[in-house]
Design a protein around this ligand. Structure first.
Ligand code: F3S
Length: 395
């Protein structure tokens, strides 16, 4: 792999041990994937933030690395709790103490403590064809597919190394040739009005088929997906498969500027029977939920507004978490949406989510409108899952 003189000096340890380790990691990655060189990035998005997922070893590693500063604008994935209101979520003291140490370590490095998987809703918004190094898989897909930026699916350590050096190896989705569609998806099914889970159910199936290939949706535009629907689609395909990029005719930007699909590639059709089967597989119980979780990926303000409208003058029997970023919550507070949700016995929870928070300490049956959460909850939180639209869940 070609290295500049300065990169060679970093590798020789002239800029300290941490930068040296970071470059060693990026060079190793580059060698594995056949990168010719490193390229500069404009932003990083770092995962491995929740104490639940990284434990004591991760905490020690981050405290060690916190002597170094990040070189580019860097934001954080969700933590294991709401950083301010963790007691309300019944988080244990010991967990909270360790989680706050993790956050302090990132703060010392100069990482923005945004704690969200939707950095593109809070100011970390790359432009078309900009090179970035992001780790959260749903955000990776949103950046690649919906914004047309370029990132591989980074791991927690490689995203951090890229943040510290401002560089990433030049391979994978940074290159034009790897951004072509591998197969075409046609959908032959009706979508019910006000049922946002349709996109998660379709994406669940396509992710399983795609694994880490690039799907091209031929007729998704007929269902008129909103940006929130596209964000759900990104999340579920990255969970049931390893999709980091998809194209959708007439919707995503890359297929508007160049040909990204060859008519000769494989074609698949998703029909209503397969979609019904996806709902059956994602629902693991028909019991009543103890906790309803909305906001995987984190809610936009439009989604919170919709939830507040449905909840107005109602009282909930189950607990409700509406997960979002600090940024979106502050708008929700200001608009009065948080008050409406709290009056109905719900909570607007920031900085964390149902998967990376230790909800298994308090809940066994969890309901969600998110395909990604429905995929992860049984393994990450040992939950029984109910997968339905917001309207059905609240009803
Ligand atoms: Fe975000 Fe947690 Fe879902 S990090 S994408 S809300 S699993």
């Amino acid at each position: 792999m070609y290295l500049t003189k300065e990169e060679e000096r970093i590798l020789d340890g002239e800029y300290g041990e941490i930068k040296q380790k970071c470059l060693e990691l990026l060079v190793k990655l580059g060698e594995i994937y056949g990168a010719e060189r490193l390229i500069n990035i404009s932003s990083a998005q770092i995962s491995g933030v929740s104490y639940k997922t990284i434990g004591d070893i991760g905490l020690e590693f981050l405290e060690d690395f916190s002597k170094e500063k990040v070189a580019v604008y860097s934001t954080l994935n969700p933590a294991g709790m709401d950083l301010d209101n963790w007691k309300e979520l019944k988080i244990k003291e010991d967990f909270a103490e360790k989680q706050l140490r993790i956050i302090e370590a990132f703060k010392r490095m100069g990482v923005e403590i945004s704690c969200t998987c939707t950095p593109y809703l809070t100011g970390n918004i790359p432009s078309f064809s900009e090179h970035i190094a992001w780790a959260e898989s749903s955000a990776v897909s949103f950046a690649n597919s919906v914004l047309g930026a370029r990132t591989n699916r980074e791991g927690a350590q490689s995203a951090l190394a890229s943040a510290i050096l401002g560089k990433t190896p030049y391979y994978g989705y940074h290159l034009d040739e790897n951004r072509m569609a591998d197969f075409i998806v046609k959908i032959d099914a009706e979508k019910n009005n006000n049922d946002e889970t349709f996109f998660s159910a379709v994406g669940y199936i396509v992710g399983e088929i795609a694994k880490n290939r690039v799907p091209y949706f031929k007729d998704l535009y007929k269902y008129n997906p909103s940006k929130d629907d596209l964000k759900s689609l990104c999340a579920v395909m990255a969970a049931s498969g390893g999709v980091a990029l998809y194209h959708a005719e007439n919707i995503t930007p890359e297929c508007k500027v160049k040909n990204v699909v060859d008519d000769k590639v494989e074609k698949i059709e998703i029909d209503k029977k397969e979609i019904k089967d996806a709902y059956d597989r994602l629902n693991t119980t028909d019991e009543e939920p103890e906790l309803i979780c909305i906001g995987c990926p984190h809610c936009s303000i439009r989604e919170i507004k919709e939830i507040a409208e449905i909840l107005k003058d109602k009282k909930l029997k189950a607990d409700l978490w509406v997960c979002c970023s600090l940024h979106v919550k502050s708008i929700s507070d200001r608009m009065g949406f948080t008050k409406i949700i709290e009056k109905a016995n719900g909570k607007v929870v920031k900085d964390t989510c149902m998967v990376v928070s230790p909800i298994e300490d308090n809940y066994k049956i969890v309901a969600t409108n998110s395909g990604k959460a429905a995929v992860y909850l049984p393994s990450f939180c040992k939950s029984e899952v109910i997968f339905k639209s917001i309207r059905e869940l609240i009803k």
